[in-house]
Design a protein around this ligand. Structure first.
Ligand code: ADP
Length: 487
């Protein structure tokens, strides 16, 4: 089946978060299963700089404020994955972050920039590239949310069926809502602006467009798929989601083992595997050295690799820091985002230089060293659609300590006495976003760490977990077949 993934980021070329890991790995896993998958992305400068074998497919008249519009086809450097990208001078050719300007402000014309992405997906589905037309279009997150709407608009205008679509919500809180009056600029049928369409409290909502017009909706873990049907987790979209509950699926993300594997990872101080953990000790020492922390191994080294955002619950870690330090723990933070949170961690590091170290920024290679060198990864997220870093933690024998929500609930097995006996424990999970629940998990973590044999047993079952992309790709393919009429 020919599948077009529509998204804004793809690892390894452009990544600001977990979405890029997904769009970098899922299409490749689908190709392994015999699917003919390609991607469509905005022509951000890094795509121009990195994609190979670029060729012009089609040139279209200007619209959405671009001076010209050209569709190119290229391929990803290592995998050779085919990627369509949209050259739109005036819209995408801006350096830095794809979504904000240098002062972290959303670009005022984001609705045009990402409308063009969805609009172009519909043109590709209509056959803009005569040599390749998708049978299924898979749009990711709000940036690609108008894709299903443009597909349905084309069917409405041309009275001819087009590719079916799947819309995946990677995070319901990021919605792409804009003033309602911009709808007039988007070339959609006027009746699409209504309660059963893209209107959301008099605004235009990209994510709602995806939720309303896609043939199927998916999100990235089974638990999150259930959670978002409840008003308190639905970010205002419960009505829409409940209406479409029968078409909503939760498919767990996976780990790209070619990138995340402590046995072969070239970025870490020493390789190790489930049978021989000696290398992990070297990685811990190397990380302590790199972070300017004293070498010690009688207490756990915690880590955070995360966007510094309210979602991630790191304010709770800040509250708990002095207690963790008092118990002898150390903590390494690799994060970027919220400036006040960053400075709070900086202050904590300044006050406790032997226990707390922060590297503010986004650093892919360093993240490998942090995962490999730590004992525990902290993820007390308020909500978590899937979460990838706990999966990387499991893989690297770095036990996740998580709030039992969303994908965290689906992937981490708490070290209760019973689970320890059964040999199924892989980390620590707490219920209820409260300081005491979190701290009791932290204390259990210190206790288990003091029993090294037990700790290593849990580490080994963590490392044996196999959350792979092949399983996810099979689930997506089943879904595609349901709607595209393939058997
Ligand atoms: P989200 O997509 O909500 O940010 P995920 O856990 O799904 O969270 O994915 C985050 C991805 O971004 C992971 O690959 C993680 O390693 C990476 N990441 C997050 N922060 C940093 C950072 N400061 N430096 C390097 N990688 C980071």
């Amino acid at each position: 089946m020919r599948v077009l993934h529509v998204c804004t980021e793809v690892y390894p070329v452009l990544k600001t978060g977990g979405l890029a890991d997904v769009t970098g790995a899922l299409p490749a896993a689908q190709i392994q299963l015999g699917c003919d998958a390609r991607l469509l992305v905005p022509g951000f400068p890094t795509f121009f700089a990195s994609l190979r074998e670029q060729k012009l497919v089609f040139e279209l008249p200007p619209r959405f404020g671009a001076y010209a519009i050209r569709l190119y086809l290229g391929s990803l450097p290592e995998s050779g994955m085919k990627v369509y990208f949209i050259d739109a001078p005036g819209l995408f050719d801006r350096p830095g972050n794809p979504y904000f300007n240098a002062s972290n402000q959303d670009y005022f014309d984001n609705y045009r920039r990402f409308a063009l992405l969805g609009w172009m997906a519909a043109r590709v589905a209509e056959g803009l590239d005569v040599s390749w037309t998708p049978e299924l279009v898979h749009a990711h997150d709000w940036h690609a949310g108008l894709t299903p709407a443009y597909l349905k608009a084309s069917e409405f205008w041309n009275q001819r069926p087009l590719a079916k679509s799947v819309f995946t919500v990677h995070n319901l809180a990021y919605q792409g809502n804009f003033p309602g009056h911009v709808f007039g600029e988007l070339d959609l049928p006027s009746h699409f602006f209504g309660l059963d369409g893209v209107e959301f409290h008099h605004q235009l909502s990209f994510i709602k467009a995806g939720l309303v017009y896609a043939d199927r909706i998916t999100t990235v873990s089974p638990t999150y798929a259930r959670e978002i049907l409840r008003t308190e987790n639905a970010c205002g979209l419960d009505g829409v989601l409940q209406k479409r509950a029968a078409d909503l699926y939760g498919i767990l993300n996976g780990v790209d083992f070619s990138v995340w594997n402590p046995a072969t990872d070239a970025a870490i101080a020493a390789n190790y595997n489930v049978r021989s953990l000696a290398g992990k000790r070297k990685c811990k020492q190397a990380l302590q050295q790199e972070a300017g922390l004293p070498l010690q191994d009688d207490k756990p080294l915690f880590c955070i690799v995360s966007r510094l955002a309210v979602q991630k619950g790191l304010d709770m870690v800040l509250d708990a820091l002095s207690e963790i330090v008092r118990m002898g723990g150390q903590i390494v933070i690799l994060g970027s985002g919220d400036a006040s949170m960053e400075s709070a961690f900086r202050n904590a590091a300044f006050a406790n230089p032997a226990a707390v170290s922060i590297h503010a920024g986004y650093d892919e290679l360093k993240s490998h060293r942090v995962f490999a060198g730590s004992d525990v990864i902290l993820m007390p997220s308020r909500y978590e659609p899937c979460g990838l870093t706990q999966l990387y933690g499991l893989r690297y024998g770095t036990l996740p300590l998580v709030h039992r929500v969303g994908g965290l609930a689906d992937t981490v097995v708490d070290s209760t006495e019973e689970n320890m006996k059964r040999g199924t424990a892989t980390g620590f999970a707490f219920d209820g976003f409260q300081y005491e629940s979190f701290m009791s998990a932290v204390r259990r973590c210190f206790e288990l760490f003091a029993h090294r044999r037990e700790w290593q047993r849990v580490q080994r079952s963590a490392m044996r977990q196999h959350f792979d992309w092949e399983t996810a790709a099979v689930h997506y393919l089943e879904l595609y077949r349901q709607i595209a009429g393939h058997h």
